[in-house]
Design a protein around this ligand. Structure first.
Ligand code: 89Y
Length: 342
């Protein structure tokens, strides 16, 4: 297996875990990290024994001989960095959400296609072990034909402590968590025909919305409700778990707190727990998410090596479309027919 050399843009919170995730996989060498904050960049490079650091992405691209780059920056930089990397003929991985507008997402996908480079999105929630298990149970037909589902992420976790820039986003929860939840809905049930969304800001100290409720009719007829909130003070705080309830004509599957999966049919309820792998570098407060990074990146690595990966730019464009259609719906108080939404 030939070794792939790569560079990282961004030395923030998520870089610590995505780099650690890459280190779990064979045949990779991280050559350089770039961040405008040199101190942060050097600290991260030291932590992972990375030879070179840069503050200007163009310098990194000019001096390093790479196979791909991982763009782990704030959302506002994704567009420019994607186009830069594509211009250099490099494959790339981009953090979610892809871009601050659907138009930019489309340009990113189109540019990479035109330049003949691969674009992947580090969309990791669909790779969480309990969610994969829920899909396997559903696909086996245990609950018959699903007709209705709820995919839920409601929390009061102090998310701005680790990621302060999220406070400043005009578009917050639908891009930050909606990108994951809407992607899970697509992963489980396929594409949506139409949606309606309501949003709200509860926390007065932030710029964007911290509550969003999206109701979709999927192409296969399932009614799918994706609810998300960072203003929910609940009896049990389950951050960063996504809870799921799928109802079929022969039973239901519930992914509940602590990774418990309960399957109920006419014969009663069975229960199992599907824990994420806890690598020694995961932050215990984010365990299920950090653990899924390894599976996400293993799949992307397969794609980089010529295989088929799930979370391509093209695929993630469909998730991005749901995000921006949700904003449009909330702003206009109208149902969006996705076929016509651009
Ligand atoms: O940025 C978000 C993500 O991708 O997972 C959880 C998070 O860190 C905060 O909402």
């Amino acid at each position: 297996m030939n070794e792939l050399k790569f560079g990282v843009f961004g030395a923030g919170f998520w870089s610590n875990f995505q780099i650690a995730g890459w280190m779990e996989l064979p045949g990779l060498q991280l050559m350089a990290i770039c961040d405008p904050d040199l101190d942060k960049c050097q600290q991260l490079a030291k932590k992972f024994n990375v030879p070179n650091t840069y503050t200007d992405p163009k310098d990194l691209l000019a001096h390093e001989n790479l196979d791909f780059v991982d763009i782990i920056t704030e959302v506002d930089n994704h567009f420019e960095l994607t186009l830069l990397a594509a211009d250099c003929g490099l494959d790339m991985v981009c953090q979610k959400p892809m871009a601050p507008s659907l138009e930019q997402c489309l340009t990113m996908v189109q540019t990479c296609k035109d330049q003949g480079v691969k674009l992947f999105v580090n969309e990791n929630f669909r790779w969480q072990a309990p969610i994969r298990k829920v899909k396997r149970i559903m696909d086996k037909g245990v609950i018959g034909n699903p007709f209705k589902a709820r995919v839920s992420f409601c929390s009061a976790f102090p998310v701005f402590d680790n990621q302060p820039f999220l406070k400043m986003l005009d578009h917050f929860i639908l891009t930050d968590i909606g990108s994951h939840l809407l992607d899970i809905c697509r992963f489980l049930f396929g594409e949506a025909d139409r949606l309606y969304c309501l949003t709200k800001r509860v926390n007065p100290d932030i710029q964007g919305e911290d509550v969003a409720n999206v109701l979709m009719e999927m192409k296969n007829g399932i009614h799918c409700y994706a609810e998300m909130s960072y203003a929910s003070i609940l009896e049990q705080e389950v951050f960063p778990q996504t809870l799921i309830l799928i109802e079929g004509d022969k039973g239901s599957i519930a992914l509940a707190a602590d990774f418990t999966i309960k399957v109920t049919t006419a014969n009663g309820t069975t229960q199992e727990t599907v824990e994420p792998i806890t690598y020694d570098w995961v932050d215990p407060e984010y365990a299920v998410v950090h653990s899924s990074i390894v599976d996400t990146q293993a799949d992307i690595l397969n794609g980089l090596r010529g295989g088929v990966a799930e979370t391509t730019g093209e695929d993630n464009y469909q998730t991005s479309k749901l995000i921006w259609a949700s904003y449009w719906s909330a702003e206009n108080n109208r149902t969006v027919e996705l076929e016509h939404f651009k």
